[in-house]
Design a protein around this ligand. Sequence first.
Ligand code: SF4
Length: 646
Amino acid sequence: MAKSLPFTISKTENFFDRLGDFVGDVFYDTLPEQGYELRDEQIYMAFQIEQAFKNSSTIFAEAGVGTGKTFVYLLYAICYARYKRKPAIISCADETLIEQLVKEKGDIEKLEKALGISIDVRLAKAREQYVCMKKLDPLAHKTSDEDILRVHDEIPDFVYEQGSSMQTFERYGDRKEYPWVPNDAWEKISWDPIQQCSTCDWRHRCGQTLNRDYYRHAEDLIICSHDFYMEHVWTKDSRKREGQMPLLPEASCVVFDEGHLLEFASQKALTYRFDSQTLATILTEYMSQDVREESLLLIEDILALHDEWFDLLKETATFVEGSNRKEVPRSKKMMELATKINEKVQSLLEQLVFDGDMFTIEDYHVKIIEEYLEFFSYGLAVLLEGNQGVFWLEETESESSFVIMPRLVEDVLKKEVFSQSIPFIFSSATMSQAGDFSYIADSLGIERYDSFTVKSPFDYEQQMRVYGHVQETEEEKWHEIRNELLESNGKSLVLFSSKEEMTQFREWSDQNTWNFSIFYEGDREISELVKKFQDDHSSVLCSYNLWEGLDVPGESLSQVIIASLPFPPHDPVFQAKRKHANNAVEEVDMPYMILRLRQGIGRLIRTSTDKGTLHIWMNKTQKEAYKNDIQQILPEETRGRFSASF
Ligand code: SF4
């Protein structure tokens, strides 16, 4: 039975009037009765957000830490989902954060307890978060890796039993169920973009398929990452054409938590990824059919050119620190080869029409090859036409992928997302430039919107100490950070700008003895790692991703150490942004660093009883260039002390 609204409504009453009354009761009576503070900011936010639900419009809700914005949007999203009988989608910054909302003592659990209701919330995780039987099963028969063998042992029996009935199918395969597996081992057994699920024999018993079927039936909330939401937007039409369900069901409304990160997620999702083997696999299979000679000759030409192209890409690609995207020069030869391949692909698409008409080849085969060639050709067009595309090479031990991404996404978003007449709520502590939301709205193709800003209610003068530090040498910096950690007896989050920087610290720190545990991102499944850090009050958590969204109130996180200013990497995506800016430092590097730093600083004080210390490390040149800008993003009461500290 569908879940009912948490308030009554008669035939003569209007839904929004009753919703307004209910939300008012919750914030004025129910929550204070349960020990929650009555917050004026929440009442104000509720009124603003209610307008977006009433008008099915878009709103930017910029609200600082501690304003209780999550409660506000959750209340509306749940009621609206029940009213419309379609789930609300809550889209979070990334995969590491989607567990945060549903964790023990998290906001959803608190709301359930306070209101005495049960909320049907399900997670829609990225495909990489699921074990891939097509990879795991063969690997388990030849590896001696204990972690991987343990995963294989835990796969339920029905997966191997061809005749088992669907009633016995149970969900399995989520990364979270195997917390002991380090990230590098997980990559060997999880789904990756090379896997072709639509033609896989395991498909109906695959953990990913079963989990997807489960979250599709959520009645209240589906939580996913921005990347996943955008992948859904980008693939929904092609999936329907192939007879598959879109990744997400139709939603009553969408909330983008940490909404300032949506533009980048859209760019990532709207990429064309060409794996070096896929074209050859598809075309070679086609050649084995009864194909006419003209088509065969064209296919041979395409494959030879494609090989030559990939050899050149691999030869000329260069490694970029802090990124897995290798830079590929836009050389004349590379572009000429791409042009030639595209011309031949167009000719082959024309030939396929004849092949299909001759009825010697099944329609299904023609469709698959047409679909891929069109995709391939669209991607090449983005690369070849003017300056539209950003591109790079990604390489693993066994595969190379060339990725092409459109530089601007506003037109696609306007058409595919924001043309829908449903409420879109953007929530973040950092979206405007001094109250002006036009930059984010323009970059997302949003023409009409409402907005508001609510400041954090904390007493920062009493709750927060901030110190700036100038790094002379790396060795000296690590020593100082060690002193900071010893002085606070652990209880710290150390944020690094890149995985490489964290690894350098780790190599140094492993030579020292510590009387508390140090956890490193990547050693275990992330939500498990965060829980360990939260439960072990004197531990230290080192991370390069948790600048946003991490919510650990209390003693465990009493100190945040920013090991260096979080400038963006010099990878092809940011290089393209820099190239198209009038002033790359002011328009790209600085805003990114300041936004990320603001987010990192926001990890420290999470409640009105939290107290903590913030250390920000930088080099001498950076101090001269950015000290004032950094000061401006600190809570006003702490600026003087920060400025005087170094
Ligand atoms: S359906 Fe996809 S994820 Fe599942 S086993 Fe097959 S290839 Fe792997």
